[in-house]
Design a protein around this ligand. Structure first.
Ligand code: NZQ
Ligand code: ZN
Length: 385
């Protein structure tokens, strides 16, 4: 097992009716800014529950944070916080709203141009405003981690950042808030959580059987519960299980002490930046070919995955690996997320600009062995057509 630091300070308030507990979780004297997205929390009553819990407090609102939140929009929230001397942020929404709130929290007191936070991937952040979240879309794990992904429209750049200062203080996970998710977002969420586990599990053996079994437990639960959420959208227990899986998929637990990949995510970010695909759509396209192209280096874990997750025992090593990758692709499709570039109107002419973006963003030695060069990314994209 590799050395690791594990510290996760986020309090989770899980279950039905927990939004009312914001009254206790948000400090009584705080001057609060509620941040939200395009309006789903208005129409499904989540925002009203939040407002009721914070009645009598100093509370302002900032709406309009878009999926794949932009620097341009978030800087308006930064201005509002500075102008109104607000001192506590509350994200109400999916990963985009929570990521955006993390950026605002870090940017408000940042002495230099806040885009430099993204240029340094968060390494230059030395403080952040305190914040909490009310999660409405299980997918990213942002509710219990210290990362965020921000897009600068003007530069067509989608970049990750992380800092120990941007863990949420608390996150409310009420599965009933997810009843109104459209099927596309249910599918996206399950695929994103699944790929988060794969990025931390499907590398090479590190003598970490506990982390492997945590990871396999999450993958199996997502495979079992994901289709049920599409078939029976109002089943509370299914929603609860998916929500907790997505949080645990990226809160540092399964990745502690093991090698991590993340090449699929980094190539995927460029697809979103240039072509606007949903985050999970990019992962569903890239992961199967990423595994196929890199199957030699990942052989041992691919065989373990084939056997333990998909119960594949027939055929030689290569056949079992191919079958496991095929099952993965079929699972994503079953969740309603298409897995080919051509499904989204993209073809071979779109590959060079994607590779140029990877180069511009210094994403040229990706993966657990840092051996995913631009040439390998090209192979992966060609295999994804
Ligand atoms: O904007 P509103 O109107 O709220 O609608 C949203 C949005 O259109 C809607 N939605 C959310 N909750 C809903 C709902 N609609 C009905 N009922 C509800 N309960 O869903 C749409 C997508 O929301 P978004 O927040 O964009 O989705 P997601 O949670 O998948 O977040 C994606 C973003 O997170 C980043 C991605 O790159 C992307 O920018 N990621 C963040 C990570 C992290 N912080 O650790 C890791 C991930 O790998 C990922 O990169
Ligand atoms: Zn993701």
């Amino acid at each position: 097992m590799l050395n690791f630091d594990f510290h996760n300070p986020t309090r989770i308030l899980f279950g039905k009716g927990r939004i009312a507990d914001l009254a206790k979780a948000v400090p009584a004297t705080a001057r609060v800014l509620i941040l939200y997205g395009g309006g789903s929390v208005r129409s499904n009553g989540v925002l009203a529950q939040v407002q009721a819990a914070l009645q009598g407090r100093v509370v302002q609102e900032f709406g309009g944070i878009e999926p794949n939140p932009t620097y341009e929009t978030l800087m308006q929230a930064v201005e509002q916080v500075r102008r109104e001397k607000l001192d506590f942020l509350l994200a109400v929404g999916g990963g985009s709203v929570i990521d955006g709130t993390k950026f605002v929290a870090a940017a408000v007191n940042f002495e230099d141009d806040p885009w430099k936070i993204m240029e340094k991937r968060g390494g230059n952040v030395i403080s952040a405003l305190p914040f909490g979240s009310v999660l409405t879309l299980p997918a990213t794990g942002s509710e219990m981690n210290n990362g965020g992904v921000i897009t600068r429209k003007a530069l067509k750049a989608k970049m990750p950042f992380s800092s120990k200062y941007v863990f949420p203080q608390f996150s409310v996970l009420d599965p009933t808030t997810t009843f109104t998710l459209p099927p596309r977002q249910v599918g996206n969420g399950v695929v994103d959580a699944f790929v988060h586990v794969m990025e931390q599990y499907l590398t090479y053996p590190a003598n970490a059987p506990l982390q492997d079994r945590f990871a396999e437990g999450l993958l199996q639960t997502l495979i079992e519960e994901g289709p049920k959420a599409l078939a029976e959208p109002l089943d509370y227990d299914v929603r609860a299980n998916i929500m907790w899986c997505a949080t645990l998929a990226l809160n540092g637990l399964v990745g502690a002490g093991v090698p991590q990949d993340w090449a699929t995510h980094m190539v995927g970010h460029e697809l979103t930046a240039l072509h606007g695909l949903d985050h999970a759509q990019t992962l569903a396209i890239i992961l199967p070919s990423m595994l196929a192209v890199r199957k030699e280096a990942k052989r041992a874990k691919l065989l373990q995955y084939a056997s333990r997750i998909w119960n594949i025992s027939e055929g030689d090593d290569n056949q079992r690996i191919e079958a496991a990758i095929g099952k993965t692709r079929t699972f994503f499709e079953h969740m309603g997320v298409k897995t080919r570039l051509s499904d989204y109107g993209l073809n071979a002419t779109h590959i060079d600009p994607l590779l140029a973006q990877l180069e511009a963003h210094r994403m040229v030695t990706l993966g657990e062995h840092r051996d995913v060069t631009v040439a390998i990314s090209r192979e992966v994209l060609e295999a994804s057509l």
